[in-house]
Design a protein around this ligand. Structure first.
Ligand SMILES: Cc1ncc(COP(=O)(O)O)c(C=O)c1O
Length: 399
């Protein structure tokens, strides 16, 4: 390994959400909660960013720009920017996005919020599948649109979309938009060509817009290949794709993502509403990531594969009723601990107070997450080992 993913980086006092923002995010409704651990003693396995430093190639390119010393108004003028993005997409996913359809956002969640406003009206309906990443539902509700949740199905131990139900719901004229998470957070499903084809068919038949959030697309297990929605749903103008370097290279704090909008009118409206310049350091980092980051990412993926293997071995040995399967995608492990934890407790609170581990339980997601916890495995293995030992100790103490 050329890169060191074992290194422990102290993130305290850097305004990191993971270190300082957990109380507000995880326990906003419990201001008086007493967690018998000091902040420094808690192991933070929650929020989906990584404990690893970004690729040194990105750091060096940023340092070069810092030495240049000018941080004036910036936008993407150089075609090379799109060329580099597309070289990444072509090499990894066999797809090229037309540069004139690519725009940016300070994040995928803000982009989804804006797109909801532009695509739908207040009394219209937006569909998601569950369990779901909560900000999708929040974006719908905060914009006063109606949220429709369609639970994923478990068929022979394989999670799938309920296409019959989706098709039935899409027929409602008030349904205007489906927010599709590809690959899926929280449980790391890689959608197959067949799944995406079917989704495309029913969306087109019923004229439903699709937002395909592909923020996790670079983080599949080594050798597993992501299926971009746009490659499969080829000419449907109502498809929007969201991509980002934020998860892949741990650059979420730089607030940049790419939004690919096929519909000319929507793209125009989006750009007018967004109405801003770009953060020059974000552009520099993003370009460097796509240009120089492949080797680092390959090694990161292999490190994550190892963490998943470690987790699976640990669970199979110590908590076999979890029946855990390594997901195809994301660095997030969605683990069913129902057999080992009390019912009717909030598992986020339970693990924080019993074990000093901060994780996101199923209740942090939109429905169908009972008994589950989501562990963020993008950390040095030493931290994972420590976490699992603490979880096991806490569970054994209470059994
Ligand atoms: C599916 C999904 N979309 C979006 C985001 C956040 O995106 P951003 O930080 O670009 O708003 C996350 C972060 O966990 C995510 O899992």
């Amino acid at each position: 390994m050329k890169y060191n993913f074992d290194k422990i980086i102290d993130r305290r006092h850097t305004n990191a959400m993971k270190e300082e923002g957990w109380k507000n995010y995880l326990f906003s409704d419990k201001p008086n909660l007493n967690i018998p651990y000091h902040n420094d003693e808690l192991i933070k396995m929650w929020i989906a960013d990584m404990d690893f430093q970004t690729a040194p190639e990105i750091q060096q390119t940023l340092k070069k720009h810092i030495d240049h010393g000018i941080f004036g108004y910036s936008k993407i003028f150089d075609e090379k920017y799109y060329q580099i993005f597309n070289e990444w997409c072509a090499k990894n996913y066999d797809i090229i996005y037309p540069p004139n359809q690519i725009t940016t956002s300070a994040g995928i969640v803000p982009a989804i919020n804006l797109l909801i406003k532009l695509i739908t009206k207040e009394d219209e309906k937006i569909v998601i599948t569950t369990p779901s990443y909560a900000p999708f539902a929040n974006a719908v509700k905060q914009n006063n649109r109606q949220l429709i949740c369609v639970p994923l199905l478990n068929e022979n131990d394989k999670m799938t979309m309920d296409f019959n139900e989706l098709e039935h719901i899409f027929k409602d004229e008030k349904v205007k938009l489906f927010i599709f998470c590809n690959p899926y957070n929280p449980n790391g499903i890689k959608w197959s060509i067949k799944d995406i084809t079917k989704l495309g068919e029913i969306a087109q038949k019923n004229n439903v817009w699709l937002i395909s959030d592909e923020i996790h697309c670079d983080l599949l297990r080594s050798g597993v290949v992501h299926n971009p929605t746009a490659l499969i749903i080829k000419d449907y103008p109502k498809l929007i794709t969201c991509m980002s370097v934020s998860k892949t290279f741990n650059l979420a704090g730089l607030l940049i993502s790419h939004i690919i909008i096929r519909d000319e009118e929507l793209l125009k409206a989006y750009n007018e509403a967004k109405n801003g310049n770009e953060n020059i350091l974000s552009l520099v980092a993003c370009q460097a990531a796509y240009q120089y980051g492949q080797k680092w990412l390959d090694e990161l993926k292999s490190y994550l594969d190892n963490n998943f293997t470690y987790l699976k071995t640990f669970l199979d040995k110590n908590l076999p009723l979890t029946n855990f399967k390594i997901p195809d995608a994301t660095y997030l492990a969605w683990v069913n601990l129902a057999a080992y934890t009390p019912q009717d407790v909030d598992l986020t609170e339970w693990f924080a107070t019993e074990c000093g581990v901060l994780l996101e339980s199923g209740s942090q997601f939109v429905q169908d997450g009972d008994g589950y916890v989501r562990l963020n495995l993008a950390c040095p293995q030493e931290k994972l080992v420590q976490t699992l030992n603490r979880l096991l100790e806490g569970i054994n103490k209470k059994l």
